[in-house]
Design a protein around this ligand. Structure first.
Ligand SMILES: Nc1nc2c(c(=O)[nH]1)N[C@H]1C(S)=C(S)[C@@H](COP(=O)(O)O)O[C@H]1N2
Ligand SMILES: [Mo]
Length: 326
């Protein structure tokens, strides 16, 4: 299958504008970028042959038409997005997940959708993936630590799954429960967070079309270190609100506690919307470093309100004091 990824930040120079040497370098850079991002070339070069994705199956998707779902910033190289990770179940270091997550069993896998719903269901991965056509969405991911990436994710709006189970009128929040497997997750031996890692959204946030039930990235299934086989991406919130390797989705009446909120209530609120004007108690959130962009010497970027998705999501918080509801 082919993925149409139009605007991804790479500038296509016109051949008349460049010297042969520059053309060669540009082409080489483009080939590397194409290979790394899973984008099929018009010339027919197949990323399936590229060893960067060794072992990861290609996943079909069409470009998303959801408003705001296709950031035009330059894509973060796949190599960075799959080697600089936070997944504390596999250790605290950025390189620990890529090294340690490979032992996590991701097949068979089921997700229970339960709680205040008329039609609770337990779906295996096949059933989950077939529930809707999948789209590619290019989202910025802003970690609370002050770095960001731009990643072409693959999945469909979580709202499609939620509609299927018919939430009851009393359901106001959604709680996500992730895998806690002491056999394969060495990080569980340390109580840095309370396991399993859980997260939560208000029901209207979970139903927002940008909230993505995510199965893949860069044209392939998710690497284990990025939350295989299924995670949720909420692009206007800090990265920790995007739980990896989900096993249950629970509709509940009151605001659920979350792993980071339990660990440090005054530092990580329930909402955790990206907001440059609300500093973390120990550091500013006004700027960010884009991973893959020249390291520590690269100029920092200004962090945008709601991570740049203000037009799409600001209405969810109309009338709320975002400093109180941080
Ligand atoms: N289960 C689980 N999900 C998790 C985390 C985690 O430690 N465990 N870390 C979060 C944090 S802090 C971030 S920034 C993102 C990182 O996602 P990525 O590694 O795919 O970039 O995953 C989030 N989801
Ligand atoms: Mo994060």
């Amino acid at each position: 299958m082919l993925i149409q990824t139009g605007a991804s930040g790479f500038m296509h120079p016109h051949s008349s504008e460049i010297t042969p040497e520059a053309a060669y370098l540009q082409r080489r850079e483009f080939l590397q970028w194409s290979a790394a991002s899973g984008v099929a070339l018009a010339s027919g070069a197949a990323w399936a042959e590229n060893s960067a994705f060794a072992g990861l199956k290609p996943v079909s998707a069409v470009a998303s038409t959801v408003s705001g779902a296709r950031a035009t910033d330059k894509l973060t190289p796949f190599a960075d997005a799959s080697s600089y990770n936070n997944f504390y179940e596999f250790g605290l270091g950025k390189e620990d997940p890529a090294r340690n997550a490979q032992a996590m069993p991701v097949r068979p896998w089921t997700v229970r959708v339960e709680g205040l719903v008329n039609k609770p269901q337990t779906l295996d991965l096949d059933a989950l993936q077939k529930l809707s056509g999948q789209e590619e969405r290019i989202y910025r991911l802003r970690c609370v630590e002050g770095w960001s990436m731009v990643i072409p994710w693959i999945g469909y709006s979580l709202s499609k799954l939620l509609a299927q189970v018919e939430p009851q009128g009393s359901a106001k929040y959604v709680e996500f429960v992730t895998l806690a497997d002491s056999q394969s997750m060495p990080g569980l031996r340390r109580a840095v967070l309370s396991w399993p890692y859980t997260e939560g959204l208000r029901l209207d946030e979970a139903m927002h079309p940008l909230t993505l039930l995510t199965f893949g990235m860069y044209g392939h299934e998710l690497p284990k270190q990025n939350g295989a086989p299924v995670r949720v991406m909420v692009p206007w919130k800090y990265g920790f609100k995007s739980p990896k390797s989900i096993v249950a989705i629970r509709l509940v009446e009151s605001e659920p506690r979350t792993a980071w909120n339990k660990a440090a209530r005054n530092e990580y609120g329930f909402y955790s919307n990206v907001n440059p004007e609300v500093p973390h108690p120990r550091w500013s959130q006004a700027t960010e470093r884009r991973i893959g962009e020249g390291g520590l010497l690269a100029p920092k970027r200004k962090t945008q309100l709601f991570n740049g998705y203000e037009e799409q999501v600001a209405r969810l918080y109309a009338g709320m004091d975002l400093r109180k509801n941080f």
